[in-house]
Ligand binder design. Structure first.
Ligand code: ZN
Length: 561
């Protein structure tokens, strides 16, 4: 199979009649999915998501794909297809539309409703183009056909992209639940028909490529959910992703059967369930939902709360309940049902929430002790099935960390694909489809763009390195007043220390270091404050490391006296 060479260069000009595919996100990470297709000078985008930061990226809200490669060609974008409404597929759209507001947003009914709500918060009214499975519609040179796929949010679509340069089938996120709650199964007949017609490049979801077998049906959770409601002595508090309409449907139905009432808690949960209910994706039994204020007055064994925070997000309802920082006070006899996955990287946060809730006396039912979650992604068995049905000419695994992409590539090869036609790409790697053959031809810029409160891209890798240093090593600020004529200290320097050894006398020996550095600078004729600061940072840093075996962030401030 072809791997991206570490020293790939800028790609050549796209050959006439060739189709270019560049993933700007989602290849090498779970999140910020974004794939750009280029044909005859026009661009089509599929998805534009966000990635959530990890512990080594402190203070970052979300991470966006890097739009640099398309920034000076925004006018050439004919549309953006959103395969489904998950944040890792739509979360970046507001930031893209800030750069050009009238890019047509092409998506299914629910996905469009969710992105429209999100865009309201950014004061953007999108140009909407609603599509459904079975639709076929052209945007510039891209002839698009949409196919139903089943996933952990309703109304997901795969998209077939026909161009004179070849036909691509992009699955988006999908699985092959044969008994979905909405009876809308992944359109394998459509996949097969496209296979007959000829799929030149197959882009398929790698998230669960390492998981053997088949992803079990959403319906298999019913017994465990039912048991929670049957045995809970007092309140039932359910946490889930705010987009998992079918999971929440199961909870609503079970609560209703057991004569309980329900309130939604948390902004995104209330908003999304409102949208899903308005559009008929969530079917709510009459009088089931009551306002929280009313619910709080009811007998605890008649109460169900559905909230966000299944990933231990510090500001979400469930974490705040665990920390006694929420008006809902969890106590003895309450049952918490965490009906969701554990996204890698969130294990500690989730464990802390479970411990916190348990400490208040609650019984916590979660993925680790009951069958209360199934994945939204196709496992190895389903992927192999798809390769055999589609029989693509070339394969490019998408959506996953490198190991998942590799596992997916191996699955394709196991079905008889020629390894030469399996392309392992990463973010920014340019893949050109020409005369039926997909080839890596270069690489474009595709770094992490950090969103930090109101700034986009203001926080860089260097900023994050400083933040990690501050967190792990502390900071030492040195205020040195230097006599401009002699180049010597005019006064003893001040040391301001945070998160580091705090003995008042600990820094006395550093005064000699400063004196030595200044003397050296004076001999060399260096008097510029900026330059002196750099020298002091280096020398004090070395001294601190030698003395304390620590590397605090050293910030010298030199003032001319
Ligand atoms: Zn998804």
């Amino acid at each position: 199979m072809s791997h991206p060479h570490p020293e790939l260069q800028k790609p050549p000009k796209l050959a006439k009649g060739a189709l270019r595919v560049v993933a700007l996100g989602g290849l090498g990470e779970i999140g910020r999915n974004m794939t750009v297709f280029e044909f005859d000078g026009k661009l089509l985008i599929v998805d534009c998501g966000v990635l959530f930061p990890e512990e080594h990226q402190p203070g970052v809200d979300v991470i966006l794909p890097d739009f640099s490669w398309i920034r000076d060609r925004l006018e050439s974008i004919v549309g953006i297809v959103l395969t489904h409404g998950h944040e890792d597929h739509i979360g970046g759209v507001p930031y893209l539309l800030r750069e050009r507001r009238d890019i047509p947003v092409i998506a299914s009914r629910l996905t469009l409703a969710l992105i429209t709500e999100k865009l309201k918060e950014h004061q953007i009214r999108p140009v909407r183009d609603e599509v459904a499975e079975g639709d076929r519609k052209s945007f510039g040179p891209f002839d698009l056909e949409f196919l139903a796929v089943n996933h952990s949010i309703p109304d997901g679509l795969a998209v077939a992209i026909r161009t004179p340069g070849g036909t691509v089938l992009h699955t988006g996120d999908f699985k092959m639940d044969q008994f979905p709650l909405d009876k809308r199964i992944t359109d394998l007949r459509g996949f097969a028909r496209l296979g007959e017609e000829g799929v030149d490049l197959f882009l398929t979801d790698s998230t669960n490529a390492e998981v053997p077998g088949f992803t079990t049906s959403e319906r298999e959770l019913a017994p465990a959910i039912e048991k929670v409601f049957r045995t809970a002595p007092r309140r039932v508090i359910v946490s889930s992703f705010a987009s998992h309409v079918h999971r929440i449907q199961q909870v609503l139905d079970t609560a209703h059967e057991h004569g309980r009432k329900v309130s939604f808690v948390g902004r995104s949960m209330v908003r999304n369930m409102g949208v899903a209910q308005d559009l008929g994706y969530l079917k709510v039994p009459q009088n089931l939902i009551v306002p929280l204020a009313q619910l709080e007055k009811m007998a605890p064994n008649k109460v169900t709360l559905i909230c966000t925070g299944s990933q231990g997000e510090p500001l979400a309802a469930l974490s705040r309940m665990a920390n006694r920082d929420h008006k809902i006070r969890v106590g003895e006899g309450d049952t918490i049902l965490m009906a969701s996955s554990v996204i890698p990287g969130n294990e500690n946060a989730i464990s802390n929430v479970i411990n916190g809730l348990t400490r208040w006396g609650a019984n916590v039912v979660h993925k680790g002790n009951a069958k209360v979650h199934v994945s939204g992604h196709a496992s190895a068995g389903e992927l192999v099935y798809c390769y055999n049905i589609v029989k693509p000419k070339n394969v490019m695994p998408v959506h996953g960390e490198y190991r998942h992409l590799r596992a997916n590539a191996d699955l394709a090869i196991s079905t008889g694909m020629d390894p030469k036609n399996v392309v392992l790409a990463e973010d920014g790697v340019v893949v050109d489809l020409q005369q039926g053959k997909a080839t890596i031809t270069g690489k474009v810029q595709a770094g992490n763009i950090y969103v930090d409160a109101q700034t986009v891209g203001g926080v860089t890798e260097a900023t994050l390195k400083d933040r990690r240093t501050l967190a792990e090593e502390g900071v030492v600020t040195v205020l040195a007043i230097v006599d401009a004529d002699s180049g010597q200290l005019a006064d003893p320097p001040d040391f301001l220390v945070r998160g580091f050894v705090h003995e008042p006398k600990a820094f006395d020996p550093a005064i000699q270091v400063i004196e030595k550095t200044l003397a050296h600078a004076a001999r060399e004729g260096i008097g510029d404050a900026r330059q002196l600061e750099q020298m002091l940072a280096r020398d004090i840093g070395r001294w601190a490391h030698k003395t304390f075996r620590r590397s605090p962030l050293v910030i010298p401030i030199v003032i001319d006296a």
